[in-house]
Design a protein around this ligand. Structure first.
Ligand code: NAD
Length: 487
């Protein structure tokens, strides 16, 4: 049975919580139990029209609100997230299936940090000026865009929702935000906190629903000036195509199939531990997880055995328990997709070294969506298992003989989001970091994040960058003003 009291989620439009106009709701499941525990609005264009009208009306006042006053509201919001950290973490775990310690220390912690970061950044944001010797001076104005859309996925629900909303609001835009229909709960709780923090009505509107019911109409609405989207690469393509003739600004953070490069001179024990973490954190459902593990041949067998041992120690269980390290996958259909890739890997000639099965956890989680962390060897780099994003707890291991081969395996992918390099030869690390076609490279670490750095990927992993000033630049329109001197 679910532990959460049954809830009916509402949209936030113009500062008011309201039911979807057409009254349609969808079941919301707790993945650890497989039980329905909430209802989510299936909003549509009628709800969207109201949200757009509210956001348009709120725009001039919010755009003209002094930077310090905008920052004050955002700091109050970050304070509220922090003071409600335990409740939000529990809600995230129930909604998503992730371990509660992860929800608390990563997801909810980062949601508050995102808001605070942009509350501070907006008071420091400046634009450029270019002098043309004695002839003229150019200065660049950076104005907010108007009404913008922020659309987020299910894997880091509140974390990624706030990562978009915070810079959009900080830059002076009004926002229509759509969380994933699979994990809507913390977005709803967050919208309550926005009202409590005193965010003026209409500045943030939160609409719940599916991609077809509300995501697609939101992105193509003519009043939406920019779309900040995180999700799958095929959805990113659909948004690009659907908006191609509308000339909107697009920031697309899409899928990944990230390589992990392990060299013989790595710090062995630490690398084993961190590679396991990078493969299976959040049940492998982080776009940055390293799912293709390449190991220098001279340590391949030793590393493989140590990694299998490490992975077999991961504690799988009820995600609401403090000592659980690995929880449920987000949905039944996602679990089936992940299991189908394990079958495919075996058909392609792979050997399952550990895991490979769905499991039932005794007690309240007996019907939950649990799949063991799975390591597979013996596959070719070009096979579907190594080329397609699985986005779950399934990783492959492959040996390589020299640096160039490691780089060519790593780059042999349609994706280009992130990579990690594990070696104590720092010159090699720098050289390889430069050669990798990914937007992010970690050397002897993984998921170490400084919010000032550009975040995003190349190729099918997206276009544009989030993070730091890049995000504030995305959510503003630069206008150059050139003034000729007359002296
Ligand atoms: P998804 O693309 O199915 O959905 C993402 C969001 O888009 C959801 O809110 C969904 O309702 C909405 N949506 C669906 N169709 C739409 C449409 N036609 N128009 C507008 N919105 C639409 O992705 P998902 O399954 O929720 O998330 C998993 C994917 O997200 C993986 O591919 C993962 O790699 C990627 N991801 C990327 C990053 C990154 O920063 N690059 C971070 C997290 C997740």
């Amino acid at each position: 049975m679910p532990v959460a009291p049954f809830k009916t989620i509402q949209n936030l439009i113009n500062g008011q919580f309201q039911a979807p106009i057409d009254g349609h709701y969808m079941d919301n499941y707790e993945p650890a139990t497989g039980q329905v525990y909430a209802l989510t609005p299936e909003s549509n264009e009628r709800d969207l029209q109201q949200a757009v009208a509210a956001a348009e009306q709120a725009f001039p006042a919010w755009a003209n609100t002094a930077a310090e006053d905008k920052a004050k509201v955002l700091h109050r919001l970050a304070d509220l997230i922090e003071s409600n950290q335990d409740d939000l973490a529990k809600a995230e775990t129930i909604d998503n299936g992730k371990p509660i310690t992860l929800a608390k220390n990563v997801d909810i912690y980062r949601a508050a940090a995102n808001i605070r970061f942009f509350a501070n950044a907006l008071t420091q944001f400046s634009s450029e000026s270019h002098a043309m010797e004695d002839v003229a001076i150019n200065y660049t104005l950076r104005d907010p865009l108007g009404v913008v859309a922020c659309i987020s996925p299910w894997n880091l629900p509140l974390y990624l929702f706030t990562w978009k909303i915070a810079p959009a609001l900080a830059a002076g835009n009004t926002v229509i935000a759509k969380p994933s229909e699979i994990t809507p709960m913390t977005a709803y709780l967050f919208s309550e906190l926005c009202v409590e923090a005193g965010l003026p009505a209409g500045v943030l509107n939160v609409l719940h629903g599916t991609g077809p019911s509300i995501g697609a109409p939101l992105t193509t609405h003519p009043k939406i000036k920019a779309i900040s989207f995180t999700g799958g690469s095929s959805t990113g393509t659909a948004i690009k195509l659907a908006t191609a003739n509308q000339h909107k600004k697009l920031s697309l953070e899409l899928g990944g199939k990230n390589p992990t490069l392990v060299f013989a001179d790595c710090d062995f024990d630490r690398t084993v531990e961190q590679v396991a973490r990078s493969a299976f954190a959040n049940q492998g459902q982080i776009c940055l997880c390293g799912s293709r593990i390449y190991i220098e041949r001279s340590i391949y067998k030793k590393f493989l055995h140590a990694l299998v041992k490490q992975v077999e120690q991961i504690k799988i269980g009820d995600p609401l328990l403090d000592d659980t390290q690995f929880g449920a996958l987000v949905s039944k259909s996602h679990m089936q997709k992940v299991l189908s890739y394990i079958t495919l890997a075996q058909q392609e000639g792979g050997q399952v070294l550990t895991g490979g099965q769905s499991i039932s956890i005794a007690g309240r989680c007996k019907d939950g969506y649990f799949v063991q962390p799975t390591l597979i060897s013996g596959l070719d780099n070009r096979c579907r298992t190594n080329q397609e994003e699985i986005f779950g707890p399934v990783c492959t291991l492959q040996p390589f003989d020299h640096d160039d081969e490691a780089v060519s395996y790593a780059n042999d992918s349609a994706y280009g989001l992130a990579a990690s390099i594990w070696s104590q030869d720092i010159n090699r690390c720098h050289r390889i970091a430069k050669q990798l076609n990914t937007g992010i490279v970690w050397i002897n670490c993984w998921l170490l994040r400084d919010l000032r750095t550009p975040f995003g990927g190349m190729k099918a992993s997206g276009s544009g960058r989030e993070g730091g000033l890049e995000a504030l630049r995305f959510f503003t329109e630069p206008k150059n003003v050139c003034v000729q001197f007359n002296y």
